[in-house]
Design a protein around this ligand. Structure first.
Ligand SMILES: [Zn+2]
Length: 367
């Protein structure tokens, strides 16, 4: 406590005391009446201000270095957030080198989530990948909400059917959201990219598992036992695919073909229940009531997407020409959204057939 402060009278000093500018380094009169705590705080603030004004001169070399580092980090963050430029493939760090045929237009490493999310609105190699699945995600979210609010009277077993179809929507929304999130933060850092790539791959398995649920439910409506067994099998296969995708090697460029193979294989496990259905119902009923045409189209879209992805077509034939638009990953994303929508269309047709046929099974055979 300074001698000047000790002179301050304990009470009655705050009344109508005019604000006066600080003169000759003295503390203005009105401040004297503040309690001890406030005064100490003020002193500390003033001290801090003073030392800041003195700049580096009053600091130890270690503190100076620390301060300089902080300022440099702040500067670099600002650069990442607004002023970064796309860079060519050959200067990317190894963990960002995924596709050798995309020669230019890559985001640099940007260890700031804010910068990554802002980059959604910039043009680079991931712009198309992000938007295809971000818009797809919003589309399925809206479609799912509309479907869940459909009147119960248009279902045979509203609660059960909405849960079953809800599984498809859940799978699609998880897959598409993990995907656009992964593509958004992919350039953050090696660790973040690794975590989100695992989520991205798991999302594909969720979409496939979720797609099986309503299809098996309606196709084997009157045969609950095979329906249940197929569901268990696809869940085991799906969980196995998720487990494999947690391994670090799975995300590496060398395993691109293996990745495509794992998910195409998971989807193609549907061949067994499809054959079961065709054999028990006959080809004609399978193509009409069983919606095989739509399922076949869906499989074609997914498999075409996976092949383009694995073979990196078309950029393989036009290196540097598809850096921003129409490279294999974008086409794969578009085909995934289209395939999921075709599947939804097939499933909603199955649902309508079930509604027309009613809950009974005797006249409908196995369907
Ligand atoms: Zn993707």
């Amino acid at each position: 406590m300074s001698p000047r402060e000790q002179e301050v009278p304990p009470t009655g000093c705050c009344e109508a005391e005019p604000e006066s500018p600080k003169q000759n380094g003295e503390i203005p009169e009105h401040r004297r009446c503040e309690n001890e705590e406030e005064r100490q705080q003020q002193e500390a603030e003033e001290e801090e201000e003073k030392s800041s004004d003195e700049g580096f001169m009053g600091m130890t070399p270690l503190l100076q270095a620390h301060h300089a580092m902080e300022r440099m980090e702040e500067f670099v963050h600002k650069m990442w957030e607004g002023r970064w430029r796309v860079i060519p493939h050959d200067v990317l760090p190894d963990w960002l080198k995924d596709n050798d045929y995309l020669l230019h237009g890559h985001r640099p490493p940007m260890p700031s989530f804010r910068a990554c999310f802002k980059s959604i609105f910039r043009i680079h190699t991931e712009t198309g990948n992000i938007w295809t699945h971000l818009l797809g995600c919003l589309f399925f979210l809206c479609l799912g909400i509309v479907y869940m609010f459909r009147p119960n009277m248009s279902f045979v077993a509203p609660f059960q059917e909405k849960i079953v179809i809800g599984m498809f929507f859940l799978g699609a929304i998880l897959c598409l959201s993990f995907s656009w999130l992964f593509h958004t933060v992919y350039c953050h850092s090696e660790g973040v990219s690794r975590v989100f790539s695992k989520l991205d791959y798991s999302g594909i398995a969720f979409l496939i598992m979720g797609s099986f649920v309503p299809w098996l439910y309606y196709s084997f409506y009157c045969s609950p036992q095979p329906c249940f067994i197929y569901l268990i099998v696809v869940c085991i296969l799906g969980v196995s695919a998720i487990t494999v995708s947690q391994c670090d090697f799975f995300a590496t460029p060398q395993y691109r073909g293996v990745r495509a193979g794992v998910f195409v294989g998971l989807g193609l496990s549907g061949v067994v229940p499809t054959l079961h259905f065709v054999i028990s119902e006959g080809f004609l009923r399978a193509t009409t009531m069983g919606q095989m045409g739509w399922l076949f189209l869906m499989a074609t879209l997914y498999i075409t997407g996976a092949c383009l992805y694995a073979a990196r077509i078309p950029e393989r034939f036009f290196p540097g020409k598809c850096d921003i638009w129409f490279h294999s990953h974008q086409l794969f994303h578009i085909l995934v959204v289209a395939g999921a929508f075709v599947h939804f269309h097939g499933v909603s047709n199955l649902q309508e057939f079930r509604y027309t046929a009613g809950a009974g099974c005797a006249e409908e055979g196995a369907l």
